[in-house]
Design a protein around this ligand. Structure first.
Ligand SMILES: O=P(O)(O)OC[C@H]1O[C@H](O[C@H]2O[C@H](CO)[C@@H](O)[C@H](O)[C@H]2O)[C@H](O)[C@@H](O)[C@@H]1O
Length: 386
């Protein structure tokens, strides 16, 4: 356990109060690698390239080129078709479909409380060109609403919390925005909050003025690059290049690199056709998952079964936590091979919806069975002579 600063917000007065609480640190669970399919080495993004990507030096053409290769790799159309089919077969063998393995997942969760963690873009909504129009379908919303009736459910997104909430619009969920750096967690029964107070946790709070400054600088340097879009996700800034001509990528990278270089407390990473700038603090979606589990009362508990579904590179931090704890299931949403710590696979949001619906139906049925069984036992008791 380590101490973390938590901001508890009083809904009536609007006053935020910083308190220190204990947060789960290293996992008490031992990894038994044999129980889970192993992570397959990356097929088109190698570990060494990942390391190389940790720092972008805009004066080094080797670094710049590695970054551009990686930007290109986020587009499956650039994978040669013959190598894709070989990789795909071996990858699919190691990462079976979560729909095919549904019974196995349910069996593994036996006697445990399932807690759901859902990424937003590419998981609940399909990837589209305009980030402001990545709407969730009504049927997906209805499915997630039902899901939350049966299981505690959290959305964990790179978007700022307000924006992802405006897309999802379900008050009964918990939300972790800015890649987990802005958490609104459970208010009832949590040891982090009293009464009906909302639990807010913003571990990068001190960087907010800096992020606003960097947002303005990014808007300025990218303003002449057609198709570039800068999104302010509060504790994380996204520079989208999905609609930028590939010939302009090096220039865009240099523009962004020049801004980021001036701030030693910032790091630059990549998502799906997006450059992401965030504080260097040791906090990510994996830490957010652990924080939410603890605030739900499942710190160090063997009675919980977290299921995390996501498509983004940043979701890997959460998959890694589950793998290290040897707990729950990580499910990657992807059609193409990727270096991943997830155990299972779903191809696209429509499969995510099918999986969530199966969970809801299974839970409904098992509750009905329990209800009937209890009725029978009560009936037998009533018919017994006193
Ligand atoms: O953690 P997530 O919820 O997956 O958020 C990650 C980023 O998602 C969004 O960008 C991605 O989706 C856009 C809409 O489909 C797409 O246009 C873009 O190319 C993708 O990278 C969001 O706009 C970013 O701010 C999030 O960081």
């Amino acid at each position: 356990m380590t101490n973390q600063n938590v901001v508890v917000s009083d809904a009536k007065s609007g006053i935020n109060m910083a308190i220190t609480v204990a947060v789960a640190g290293s996992s008490p669970f031992q990894t038994t690698a044999a129980q889970k399919p192993p992570a397959v080495p990356g097929t088109y993004i190698t570990i060494s390239k990942k390391k190389l990507l940790q720092n972008l030096d805009i004066n080094s053409s080797a670094r710049i080129n590695a970054w551009v290769d990686s930007m290109r790799a986020s587009s499956p159309t650039h994978i040669k078709s013959h190598s894709l089919s070989d990789d795909q077969t071996s990858w699919n063998m190691h990462h079976p479909s979560a729909l095919d393995m549904f019974d196995q997942i349910i069996n593994d969760s036996k006697g445990k409380q399932i807690v759901m963690f859902l990424d937003y873009d590419g998981t609940l909504s399909p990837i589209v060109d305009d980030p402001d129009r990545a709407f969730m379908s009504d049927s997906m919303r209805a499915t997630v609403r039902k899901l939350a009736r049966y299981f505690p459910t959290a959305i964990v997104s790179g978007r700022c919390r307000d924006k992802v909430y405006s897309f999802v619009r379900l008050a009964e969920l918990y939300y972790a925005g800015s890649h987990g750096m802005d958490i609104k967690g459970p208010s009832k029964g949590s040891k982090h909050s009293k009464g009906g107070e909302a639990l807010l946790y913003q571990p990068a709070g001190q960087y907010l003025p800096m992020m606003d400054e960097v947002y303005k600088a990014l808007l300025e340097v990218t303003k002449d690059t057609p198709g570039a879009k800068v999104e302010n996700n509060k504790f994380c800034l996204s520079v989208h290049f999905r609609c930028v001509d590939e010939k302009e990528w090096i220039e865009l990278l240099k523009q962004v690199g020049t801004v980021v270089e001036a701030y030693p407390n910032l790091r630059l990473t990549q998502g799906r056709k997006v450059l992401e700038i965030r504080p260097t603090i040791k906090w990510d979606k994996g830490k957010a998952l652990e924080f939410l589990l603890e605030s739900l009362g499942y710190a160090n508990s063997a009675d919980v079964f977290p299921i995390y579904i996501g498509d983004d590179r940043t979701d890997e931090d959460a998959f890694k936590v589950l793998r290290e704890r040897d707990q729950g299931s990580g499910i990657l949403v992807s059609k193409t091979p990727k270096d991943t710590n997830a155990s299972y696979l779903l191809q696209e949001p429509s499969e995510v919806m099918a999986f969530l619906r199966r969970l809801v139906n299974w839970k409904r049925l098992s509750l009905r069975k329990q209800f009937i069984l209890r009725g029978r036992i009560e009936g037998i008791k009533m018919s017994l002579p006193i």
